[in-house]
Write a protein of this length. Structure first.
Length: 341
């Protein structure tokens, strides 16, 4: 693939980004009706997902990203099976983008929870550059593939290992994200942390499900900062989860904190139930880094301004759901994997 071709990719993908950043009437209609097919996909959530991808596909970032790889090798395109998750809107788009950018063919097994958006976005891509028309296929079942990228739960990953273990693969399991509070955060930073917790109702692996806080920290400060997110309780499915977990803790007389739309509970686990945020106290930042590194395989990213020597990706408050092109899921370089098939 020549540098000219890379420039063509940059031009094409950035043109797609511009269309997603400012959705047209047809895309807006799709955004506003997704909740009919998936109640979690509210117009606000879908708009956030679509426009975030639009911003991600900017010319400068695309150039920095694509030019990191040797795409000049003339190789026969490989058929790459993609099993996409459906927990948040367009969550599988980046995998599709990587397959197309490396000149391979994407065999896409879309999630039943999120099949319409990805098809519409790829049709926009074809409208911009018709050469992509024969570079992807939507399939009900993966057959005749050379490699696989599959995203699912810890349970489904065992099946993926069994079925796809004989070909080159990336198999992703459950991961969660963590926020480290130092006690020096401004009210604005804690408010921004609310995005990391509540965007997409907390359903993404980049959503914060665990707080690490210094001993003596007053959680009332945190509750006060996130109060503007109280409208989330108006969403029926979120409210049902909140009410269910609240009842469980009350019936079991389990100690917890509650602000009527989010429950905080002290717990060592990283994975908290929906509408619940676990927290743990720490003594010093060094011990935080040790804890995080010990759990690195279960962590997607860390939200903090603290200077931590950790293996996981670290992002600022409010940025966990705004990944860059090179912020690969599970820290595995998808482009390098695909470019070297």
């Amino acid at each position: 693939m020549s540098k000219n071709t890379i420039q063509e990719l940059i031009n094409t993908f950035s043109a797609l980004g511009q269309q997603l950043a400012v959705p047209d009437e047809e895309l807006t209609q799709l955004i506003n009706t997704e909740h009919i097919y998936n109640a979690w996909f509210t117009p606000e959530s879908v708009t956030n997902a679509v426009t975030s991808i639009g911003k991600m596909l900017n010319t400068d970032d695309l150039a920095a990203w694509l030019n990191k790889y040797d795409l000049s090798k003339s190789i026969a395109p490989k058929k790459v099976g993609l099993i996409l998750a459906g927990n948040i809107p367009l969550v599988g788009f980046h995998d599709v983008l990587c397959v197309l950018a490396t000149g391979n063919h994407a065999l896409i097994k879309a999630s039943t929870q999120d099949a319409r958006l990805i098809k519409h976005v790829l049709q926009k891509l074809v409208t911009i550059d018709n050469s992509f028309a024969d570079k992807f296929s939507f399939v009900e079942r993966l057959v005749d593939f050379d490699a696989v990228i599959a995203t699912g739960s810890n349970n489904s990953s065992r099946y993926f290992d069994y079925y796809f273990g004989k070909v080159p693969n990336i198999i992703r399991k459950n991961r969660n994200s963590v926020a480290v509070i130092t006690g020096t955060e401004t009210n604005e930073q804690l408010y921004n942390l609310g995005h990391d917790i509540f965007d997409y109702f907390g359903l993404g692996c980049r959503n914060v499900s665990k707080l690490l806080i210094p001993k003596g920290y007053d959680l009332a400060t945190f509750f006060e900062a996130i109060e503007p997110y109280s409208d989330i309780s108006n969403h029926n499915k979120y409210s049902n989860n909140y009410g269910y977990n609240r009842s469980i803790y009350l019936v079991g007389s389990e100690k917890h904190l509650d602000n009527n739309f989010l429950i905080l509970r002290e717990d060592k686990s990283l994975l908290s139930p929906l509408a619940v945020l676990f927290y743990s106290y720490y003594d010093d930042i060094e011990s935080v880094a040790e804890l995080i590194n010990a759990q690195a395989e279960n962590i997607q990213c860390i939200v903090t301004t603290a200077h931590l020597k950790v293996k996981s990706q670290v992002v600022d408050f409010g940025q966990s759901q705004q990944p860059k092109l090179w912020d690969y899921a599970d820290g595995i370089d998808t482009m390098a994997f695909l470019a070297n098939l």
